[in-house]
Design a protein around this ligand. Structure first.
Ligand SMILES: *Cc1c(COP(=O)(O)O)cnc(C)c1O
Length: 474
């Protein structure tokens, strides 16, 4: 930098507002009450120091700008930093992706009954108090009872998630012993749940049998020895082995386990409480495994079940009681809100109305005709935007959450193409709208799948989209 430029930079730096002046500016006052004075001061410091950096690097054209200009710029930077902070806070979004159990978007949206149960349990509640005796009661008793009944099991226990459930079961029953499992089931379920790693962490020794595609009953039988504590069956969930395959039935495995006096444990993962075959889903039904003789099953509360994040352990009473007494259970138990939401969700199954009450099941059950009609009407509401080409087209929704990876359900997509904005730009604007809308892009089109948008959100979604183009609306 030559001397004149250096002098220019020094002059510009001297015009930067002090933190004190910046946070007293009228443009900042509303942010003090919503963010708190201290956090706001930190953001103001960061804004000024980012400007100082920009001035020194010469990246920004600040030369010759007045102190008022720099103050206005600093106010802008503080305001956008506040917005960025706010956007990291958890909040409602509209899921227009068509992925029903979207792990990044909170998996199962809760039923109305589950939402109001959370509200009513949020204060003091009888989560662990027996209203009959006026003494301490069993924690989350009703939810566990409903889960057991719906699985046809003697007893059930609720923990944080299915990963916790499987880890707990392995720790309680297999630590220090051997667990026999087919090579075809040593799977990874979503990055941080790898069956071999979970087994190792639990203190059990893995005894793999068979091959990736074929494992026979005799393979299991040969592997059972003195140290064997358990036969483990894992539903591969997000992964399918097709073609030349073989696996013994769960009933045959249960018989084998019992003949040798070891436990048969099945980690089902997605956990369908009712048969979803009529919607094209070939997912294991929990009660069938219990009926086939499985001692313990584990499954997720927020996958196909459609409830809050939780893991359900169901099975023989004596085994469930041993888990309940283990110190690790205390560390993995759920809070009153999860019990409340799970109890309400299971209540819908118990009444036989899950398919009309539980959003995950409602979305799976939504008919192609109904979706086509909704998409057609919705598209019509967007055609007021002259710069937008709105079309409906056949497409597929997916179950998600690592369940039924091979199932594609027929839907109708609403496709958006703008004459003056890229698909990426539209997608990004949707994401920064309020509430944010998450959509997908395929072949340079923004695609909206109404399967995962509730009907009461449709008008709001339409207004958000047309609002993005308000400058160009006809
Ligand atoms: C999804 C899944 C898990 C993990 O369940 P979370 O509830 O996400 O912890 C464990 N096992 C299987 C077979 C699964 O499909």
């Amino acid at each position: 930098m030559d001397i004149a430029a250096t002098a220019g930079v020094t002059t510009t730096l001297s015009k930067l507002p002090s933190i004190d002046v910046l946070i007293r500016n009228v443009g900042i006052q509303d942010l003090i009450s919503s963010n708190g004075a201290e956090p706001l001061t930190a953001l103001a410091q960061a804004a000024v120091s980012s400007m100082r950096k920009d001035i020194l690097s010469g990246d920004h054209d600040f030369a010759g700008r007045s102190a008022e200009d720099l103050l206005a710029e600093a106010v802008d930077r503080v305001r956008s930093a506040c917005t960025a902070v706010k956007r990291t806070a958890i909040g409602r979004i509209i899921n227009a992706t068509g992925v029903i159990i979207h792990t990044n978007l909170g998996r199962a949206p809760l039923s109305e009954a589950a939402k109001s149960a959370i509200l009513s349990a949020a204060g003091y509640s009888n989560v662990e108090y027996d209203l009959e005796t006026g003494a301490r009661g069993q924690r989350g008793r009703r939810a566990a009872q409903l889960a057991a009944d719906l699985c046809g099991a003697e007893s059930a226990l609720i923990v944080n998630n299915c990963a916790a459930a499987a880890f707990l079961v392995l720790t309680v029953f297999a630590s220090g012993g051997e667990v026999v499992i087919s090579r075809g089931e040593l799977v990874e379920i979503g990055g941080d749940f790898r069956v071999p790693d979970v087994l190792e962490q639990s203190g059990a020794t893995l005894c793999e049998v068979g091959t990736t595609n074929r494992t026979k009953l005799a393979d299991y039988e040969k592997a059972i020895g003195e140290n064997t504590r358990m036969i483990l069956r894992v539903h591969p969930s997000n992964y399918r082995i097709v073609g030349f395959t073989a696996m013994p039935s769960i009933a045959a495995l249960a018989d084998l386990a019992h003949k040798h006096g070891v436990i048969i444990f099945e980690d089902i993962g997605s956990g369908a409480l009712i048969d979803l075959a009529e919607y094209g889903l070939d997912e294991p039904v929990v009660s069938r495994s219990i009926a086939a003789g499985v001692d313990i099953v584990t499954f997720s509360g927020d996958k196909l079940l459609g409830g809050p994040q939780s893991g359900i352990i169901a099975g023989r009473r004596e085994l469930i009681e041993r888990i309940r007494k283990h110190p690790l259970y205390r560390a993995l138990r759920v809070d009153k809100l999860a019990y409340a939401a799970l109890e309400a969700t299971l209540g819908a199954y118990s009444r036989g109305s899950a398919e009309t009450e539980v959003p995950v099941l409602k979305m799976i059950a939504a008919s192609p005709d109904g979706l086509r009609a909704r998409a057609g009407k919705f598209a019509e509401t967007l055609r007021v935007v002259s710069s937008l080409t709105v079309e409906t087209m056949p497409g597929t929704s997916v179950i998600g959450g690592g369940a039924a990876p091979d199932v594609k359900i027929e839907t109708t997509l609403v496709s958006l193409v703008s004459s003056d904005r890229s698909a990426e730009a539209i997608e990004a604007s949707l994401r920064s709208s309020s509430p944010p809308v998450i959509a997908r892009i395929e072949n340079d089109r923004v695609l909206i799948d109404l399967r995962t948008v509730s009907e009461i959100e449709e008008t709001e979604l339409s207004e958000i989209i047309t609002g993005l183009f308000s400058n160009t609306a006809a």
